[in-house]
Design a protein around this ligand. Structure first.
Ligand code: ATP
Ligand code: MG
Length: 399
């Protein structure tokens, strides 16, 4: 509620700390549900393994995170906020007892520690894991409510619109929570198969990778490098970007393809206004080769309609024509500013705007075609026929 100030730090509290992970359950009926839950458990564990010795358990349709003694509250929450599939993060206090007097005392201490002033409206929501417990859920709610009213005279009960819902769950220990921090939502990475991201050093493609991962798709990436026209620093920038988004996507395998000879060959042979589009078609062909080898079911790019000449509908059509796999463009309807906003949130933006040349900037024509005709592009590509297969082969072998 708006008047309730919550103390976020629970370090001082003697009782031990955990988080309850909430997830959206829509569409997760039957068989799919446990696949989703196991994947989410694994993703949460993997995210937390990077910062400490956490223990993530799945039981009775719940995922709990048990924190090590030395864990940092903010760091833990920040890591959990990057795990797709998590819709809410509830800091939980665990009372290591099932005795009613311990439970009431513990919940009282919780209310005292977590809220600066005990003057809000509330209700108690109780759950019993075992029907063996001598009180029913309504009895637990009523007795706990009465206890809290007695201990904190300024509290008021409001069962319809409480400012605070105090959840008390009795399992083998007692779990208490009342606050939900929003998660990133989406689906656990890996539950939606895998896709090949064409990752450049720009602003857009890392954001596209993040967005596809949000829907549960694992990401592999291909970068086209053109030394000496593009520097080692430009390549390092792509590695850095992959590393940043891997906080969300999980580990990314990055294929670095030496694209220089193909680019030079196109440059020497084909009409310059078609350079970008032809180059893009060869990128797609090579990315698709690696995609199929790694069981990726789609290609992903950072394109958005009309952003540059190679991103008109005609250009996208000409690019798609070489692909057997579907090409997903999660940013297709986004304005640049909207993409930048996400890039800043992900913290890829600062890296993306580092000034090192990426492979397109050197071979860009002054007046690229904005409405390429597929038949013309195919005709121009035939001029490459003699050498291109060998060059593609080499690029693939040396990646
Ligand atoms: P970005 O910010 O992602 O670089 P951009 O606005 O610079 O995008 P383009 O350079 O036209 O746009 O590239 C469009 C898309 O093609 C990129 O989002 C990326 O998916 C792919 N792409 C472009 N260059 C490369 C490259 N050198 N290696 C891998 N993929 C690339
Ligand atoms: Mg680019």
């Amino acid at each position: 509620g708006k008047n309730v100030k919550i103390i976020q730090k629970i370090e001082e509290l003697e009782m031990y700390r955990a988080f309850l992970i909430k997830y959206a359950e829509i569409g997760l009926k039957g068989k799919n549900r446990y696949i989703f839950e196991n994947a989410l458990r694994d993703r949460v564990q993997a995210a937390l393994d990077r910062i400490g010795r956490y223990h993530v358990v799945r039981e009775q349709g719940r995922i709990f995170v048990e924190c090590p003694e030395d864990s940092d509250y903010d760091e833990t929450v920040e890591a959990l906020q990057k795990v797709f599939g998590v819709s809410g993060i509830c800091p939980v206090v665990v009372i290591d007892s099932m005795e009613w007097d311990d439970i009431t005392a513990g919940v009282g201490a919780y209310v005292e520690e977590f809220y600066e002033e005990q003057n809000f409206t509330f209700k108690v929501e109780a759950k019993r894991a075992s029907k063996q417990y001598p009180m029913t859920s309504p009895e637990i709610c009523a007795e706990m409510g009465a206890y809290l009213l007695g201990r904190f005279p300024a509290l008021r009960v409001d069962v319809h619109h409480p400012e605070v819902s105090i959840h008390v769950e009795l399992r083998t220990k007692t779990y208490v929570y009342s606050k939900t921090i929003p998660g990133p939502c989406g689906m656990p990475v890996g539950t939606g198969g895998k896709a090949m991201l064409l990752l450049s050093g720009g602003i857009d493609s890392p954001v596209a990778g993040y967005m596809i991962a949000k829907r549960g798709v694992a990401v592999e990436a291909t970068y086209f490098h053109a030394p000496p026209y593009t520097s080692e620093r430009a390549k390092q920038k792509v590695v850095d970007l992959a590393r940043i988004i891997s906080d969300y996507t999980g580990p990314i395998r990055l294929h670095v393809v030496n694209f220089t000879d193909i680019q030079l060959s196109i440059y020497e042979t084909c009409p310059h206004e078609e350079l970008t589009i032809i180059m893009r078609r060869y990128m797609m062909r090579i990315a698709e080769h690696f995609a199929k080898k790694s069981d990726c079911l789609a290609l992903v790019t950072g394109e958005s309609i009309g952003q540059v000449a190679s991103q008109t509908l005609q250009s996208l059509l000409a690019t798609n024509a070489v692909c057997g796999l579907p090409v997903f463009r999660p940013l297709i309807g986004f304005d640049k500013q909207e993409i930048v906003t996400i890039a800043k949130k992900l913290k890829t933006f600062e890296t993306s705007i580092e000034p090192y040349e990426d492979c397109c900037t050197i071979f860009v024509a002054k007046h690229p075609v904005t409405k390429p005709v597929l038949a013309d592009i195919e005709k121009s590509e035939q001029l490459l026929a003699e050498k291109i297969d060998g060059l593609m082969e080499t690029a693939i072998q040396t990646a």
